[in-house]
Design a binder for this molecule. Structure first.
Ligand SMILES: Cc1cc2nc3c(=O)[nH]c(=O)nc-3n(C[C@H](O)[C@H](O)[C@H](O)COP(=O)(O)O)c2cc1C
Length: 320
């Protein structure tokens, strides 16, 4: 039987160490996580605050692969070496970020139309780092065919894993995932391929598994933020989740307390929790209406009142 390896995808602003640790305390099913990206710093020394999210003392719950974004080989080597010194055996290179501010500077997905730059980068970096390298990519920045020029390059290096999110950079996070192109990548890659994109529920995952029978590695991102039981569901099937609202409430309350301890000022805390509700609300039958109210909240008192009442009395779970 093909093993099932579930990795928590990096979601900057959301799946940081605080979240990862709490997640593991409340839910099961995730094998490891890739951390949200850390940017290369050319010439400057890397200090602890820059890499705080992956410091071992902040990561005690699940195996983590730190992710680096950048196109500067020297900066990459510096960060990857630091991560290796901290005990990380693998680092991940972000070739997927679609944000124009990033991609226009030829970072993230902005490098994908430049296979020669990617080859030169790998040529320089791989012999100079002790950590193994994994890559997280999209199928292109502008055109989906870009990936077909890249896979033969990746194949020439000892890359541990190739994670493919089958969208182009200019698609950002919307529009369909291109499963046909993903399927075409599989026989071309000598590197183990992981699938990432829009795994939102059990049924869609079963269809993906049926279609891509050779794939054992799956990254789940927004689906987990919305429904933290998703990895349990994907692993153990549909009927396993008991008392989801109560369990979610405990997780929510711990997340709230952890951010309260970390953030200064109530508006930062309220804004942070509101940003999570952008995903949380989707897990509830009646989530839409509470989300409309949460969006307007600006004080902790009001947040507590609306979310507290919702989770204690009104919420109906809809996924699972
Ligand atoms: C808010 C947000 C932040 C993200 N941050 C990162 C990041 O730091 N590094 C990265 O490789 N991908 C990042 N992504 C992309 C996700 O890891 C993932 O590839 C994408 O959301 C598709 O998977 P999903 O449908 O399971 O979420 C981010 C996506 C979102 C929505």
């Amino acid at each position: 039987m093909i093993p099932l390896i579930l990795t928590l995808a990096p979601l900057r602003g959301f799946t940081n160490a605080l979240y990862r640790n709490l997640y593991s305390a409340h839910f099961q099913g995730i094998d490891s996580a890739i951390s949200p990206f850390i940017t290369t710093l050319s010439a400057k020394q890397v200090n602890r605050s820059h890499i705080r999210d992956i410091l071992p003392e902040n990561n005690h719950s699940m195996p983590v692969v730190p992710q680096i974004i950048g196109n500067d080989p020297a900066g990459f080597i510096q960060l990857a070496t630091r991560f290796h010194d901290l005990g990380y055996k693998t680092v991940n290179w972000n070739l997927g970020c679609p944000a124009p501010m990033v991609a226009n500077k030829h970072r993230g997905s902005g490098l994908l139309p430049h296979p020669e730059r990617i080859a030169a980068f790998l040529d320089h970096v791989i012999p100079r780092i002790s950590a193994r390298l994994s890559i997280k990519t999209r199928i292109g920045r502008i055109k989906k065919e870009e990936i077909f020029d890249l896979i033969p390059i990746f194949n020439q290096y000892p890359i541990e894993e190739l994670i493919i999110h089958p969208r182009t950079g200019i698609q950002m996070y919307s529009g369909e995932v291109d499963l046909t192109t993903f399927g075409e990548c599989l026989p071309l890659s000598n590197i183990p391929v992981a699938y990432n994109g829009d795994i939102l529920d059990y049924d869609s995952f079963v269809r993906l598994k049926e279609r891509f029978k050779s794939v054992s590695r799956w990254l789940v991102g927004r689906g987990v933020l919305s429904n933290p039981f998703l990895p349990e569901l994907l692993r153990y099937g549909k009927e396993t989740i008991h008392q989801p609202v109560e369990r979610f409430k405990k997780f929510h309350d711990d997340l709230f307390d952890a951010y309260r301890a970390e953030l200064s000022g109530q508006s930062h805390l309220v804004d942070k929790m509101k940003s999570y509700w952008l995903y949380f609300f989707r897990a509830f039958e009646n989530g839409e209406s509470v989300f409309k109210k949460v969006k307007k909240v600006s004080t902790l008192k009001k947040y507590d009142e609306i979310v507290g009442r919702f989770l204690a009395e009104e919420a109906t779970w809809h996924q699972g």
